[in-house]
Design a protein around this ligand. Structure first.
Ligand code: 5GP
Length: 207
């Protein structure tokens, strides 16, 4: 039983990381792929949990070795998704989330067209700004840059299969989870997961 691949993108500050971490607590068959980045570790972040933090040289070596399913430059840093880690989780039957930007989403969609993509939007620009300021880890200049980058990131929402608006956290969380639930109930997935049940239900000799 192979898992499914999900792409979750959002503008910085939309609440994507908090939603994903609550989703993982709610559903143990969902795992998140830990990306590799050249960005500095923020307070509270942990190596191997939030990211694998590497130097630019180390990142380039991994890229040249073909270790990444996709990689992109976001702001001034490089980010990449480990091909092997994603493959191991999928073949272990886990549903895997890639928390990546729109450029990475575009690359993954080309490689794996069956990947399900979800875009998370904030309820307003003022709320987005409040959330970015509230984080308190970036300078005013960085926040201003991220606000204009956010608008450009959000313009890609139309390329995604689903859109979740993170106004009320619990509602957004339930909506996000329902996408996973519905996907697991698709006929092509159920057919494989319940092969012997379906075979026996359709067997007239069982009457
Ligand atoms: P942050 O530095 O705030 O954690 O992330 C900045 C942006 O990089 C976010 O939009 C995040 O989704 C994106 N990102 C994180 N990991 C990856 C990755 O492996 N690949 C790509 N393409 N984007 C990533």
């Amino acid at each position: 039983m192979r898992g499914s691949l999900y792409i979750i993108s959002a503008a910085s500050g939309a609440g994507k990381t908090s939603l994903v971490s609550k989703l993982l607590e709610k559903d143990s068959t969902i795992k998140v792929s830990v990306s590799t980045t050249t960005r500095a570790c923020r307070p509270g972040e942990q190596e191997g949990v939030n990211y694998h933090f590497v130097s630019v040289a180390e990142f380039q070596t991994l890229e040249h070795q073909g270790e990444f399913l996709e990689c992109a430059q976001v702001f001034d840093n490089f980010y990449g998704t480990s091909k092997a880690a994603v493959e191991n989780l999928l073949s272990d039957g886990k549903d895997v989330i890639l928390e990546i930007d729109w450029q990475g989403a575009e690359l993954v969609r080309k490689l794996i067209p069956e990947a399900i993509s979800i875009f998370i939007l904030p309820p307003s620009l003022s709320e987005l700004e409040r959330r970015l300021t509230g984080r308190g880890t970036d300078s005013e200049e960085v926040i201003a840059r991220r606000m204009s980058a956010a608008i450009s990131e959000m313009s890609h929402y139309i390329e995604f299969d689903y859109v979740v608006i993170n106004n009320h956290f619990e509602t957004a969380l339930n909506q996000l989870h329902s996408i996973f639930t519905a996907n697991r109930l698709r006929t092509c997935v159920q057919k494989d997961n319940h092969r012997s049940l379906i075979q026996s239900l359709l067997d007239p000799t069982q009457l």
